[in-house]
Every structure is written in C-alpha cells, then in structure tokens.
Design a protein around this ligand. Structure first.
Ligand code: B1M
Length: 210
C-alpha cells in the first residue's frame, strides 16, 4: 500500500495515532501537500457515504474527523503560503446548530495563509455572536459562514439577514460555503460570495478585501 493509500485508509478507519506518520511518509515520498489533503477530504466523503448507508454510525464519523484533524496538523506548515503582508481582518464560524468544523478550519487555515487575521468563533455560533464580534472589531472586512447540514441552512440565512440589518452592512462582505451550499442559495440569502472549497475561499476573500 502506498503512503497516500495508507493516509486514506487511516482517515477512513479513524486511526488518529497512526495518521501523522503516514502523512509525514507521503510528504517524504514527495507527494504534494494539497494532494494529501484532497486524499483525506475524499476519505471523509467515503465515511459520509458509509454513514448514509448505515454501515457506520456517529462514533465512527467522529473518530474519522479526529484522524483528519491530526493529519491536517502535520500538513499545515506545508500548505501555508506567504502571510507576511496583512490582507485584513475577518471573522469565521460554523452557524448555529452545526458542529462540523473540519471544512471551516481548512478555510480558516487557507485564509491565514493568504495573510488574513482570522477571528475564529468556532462551531454552533449564535447569530448575536457574529453581530457582536463585528461591532467589537470595526476593521473586520469579511464574515465567513460555514454550514454542513441542510437543517442548518436556515440558520445561515438568518445570520446573513441579521448582519444585513446592521448599519455596518455596507462595510463588510459576507462569504458562505459548506457541502450543501450552492451559488443559488448564496444569491437567495443575499451573501456576497459563495465558494466550493477552502482554496477558492481564500482567493475570493483576497478579491473582496482588495
Ligand atoms: Co456529520 N453529516 N453529522 N458529522 N458528517 C455529514 C455532513 C453528512 C453529509 C453525512 C451523510 O449523511 N452522508 C450528513 C448531513 C446530511 C444533510 O444535512 N443532508 C451529516 C449528519 C446527518 C450528521 C448528524 C445529524 C448525524 C447524527 O447525529 N445523526 C450530526 C449533526 C451534528 C450537528 O452538527 N449538530 C453529525 C455529526 C458529525 C460528527 C460530529 C460525528 C462529525 C463532525 C466532526 C467535526 O467536524 N469536528 C461528522 C462528520 C465527520 C461528517 C462527514 C462524514 C465529514 C464532514 C467533513 O469534515 N468533511 C460528512 C459527510 C461528508 O461531508 N461527505 C457528514 C471534510 C471537509 C473538509 O469537508 O466540511 O464539506 P467540508 O468542507 C469543504 C467544503 O464544504 C468547503 O471547504 C471544504 C473543503 O475545502 N467549505 C467552505 C466548508 N465551509 C466553507 C466555508 C466557505 C467556503 C467553503 O466560505 C465561508
């Protein structure tokens, strides 16, 4: 089994203690860091499919998530870009009711790598917390919202509406993303931008902050 296949296998099986060495091994073999990251993202897709087919359950999803987080820790320095020039400040969080944070953390990491100062509010973030944090940080340029569940898409819509109702709306941009989110949904709820993955989120943020 190649090191890359091992990374996929260990992610799927949630082997957090072993994955670091496999990721390091793949890097040592010369596999580019983004390819290793995509392998782990695909493995999480496999985990999701198995969950949907009732072949695995929430605890297995959870250990897979832990393994992926460990793997990303090893990859992080290899994915980071030039962040010597500040691109501005932004806020990121997973919307209320939603506990998924791997995608949000990847987006935050890519934004940091692109030079942004990132205020990460975590998961299950109440609407008021986003509003309050913008008020406390008047130099914030962008608010980034992540949602992974169809059931938390309404919370994303309500968060955008609450931010839009504030006087600061014209000074900030709102970016949204996450597996169930589409450009159509982003347009419908009045977000300024939608991107499908972490790398394009960082590119779009640079455009919006320019
Ligand atoms: Co959950 N879960 N989960 N889960 N989980 C999904 C999302 C699901 C699709 C699985 C499935 O059924 N196939 C399904 C949602 C179905 C739906 O809504 N239609 C689901 C479900 C049902 C649930 C529970 C309800 C299960 C239950 O309790 N019965 C429950 C809900 C808990 C809650 O949030 N209230 C639940 C719980 C969990 C765990 C806690 C066990 C765990 C999360 C742990 C954690 O995040 N710390 C978990 C996991 C791991 C998953 C899957 C398997 C993997 C998610 C993931 O991390 N993917 C997932 C299946 C899947 O995605 N195929 C699933 C890898 C990650 C890199 O991708 O987050 O999509 P993703 O991020 C991408 C893009 O979406 C994008 O960039 C990233 C890639 O570059 N992106 C943005 C994300 N945010 C962005 C923001 C942007 C731009 C891009 O701009 C601001």
């Amino acid at each position: 089994m190649s090191k890359l296949q091992e990374v996929a296998d260990l992610t799927e099986r949630g082997k957090a203690k072993l994955i670091g060495a496999a990721v390091q091994g793949a890097l040592d073999e010369g596999t580019p860091a983004p390819e290793i990251l995509n392998t782990m993202i695909d493995a999480m897709g496999v985990v999701g499919e198995k969950f949907k087919r009732n072949e695995i359950f929430v605890p297995e999803m959870l250990v897979a998530a832990r393994a992926m987080k460990k793997g990303v820790e090893i990859l992080k320095p290899h994915l980071a870009g030039d962040n010597t020039v500040s691109a501005g400040k932004l806020i990121i969080g997973t919307v209320a009711g939603d506990l998924h944070d791997i995608g949000k953390n990847l987006v935050a990491m890519m934004l940091e790598s692109a030079g942004f100062e990132v205020i990460d509010l975590g998961v299950d973030v109440p609407i008021e917390k986003f509003v309050e944090t913008v008020k406390e940080n008047p130099d914030v340029k962008i608010v980034c919202l992540s949602a992974l569940l169809t059931t938390t898409m309404p919370a994303m819509k309500d968060t955008v509406a609450a931010l839009a109702a504030e006087d600061f709306r014209s000074n900030i941009k709102i970016m949204v993303g996450g597996a169930p989110i589409t450009q159509e949904f982003a347009d419908e709820i009045g977000a300024d931008a939608y991107t499908a993955d972490a790398a394009s989120a960082a590119e779009k943020a640079k455009e919006l902050a320019a």
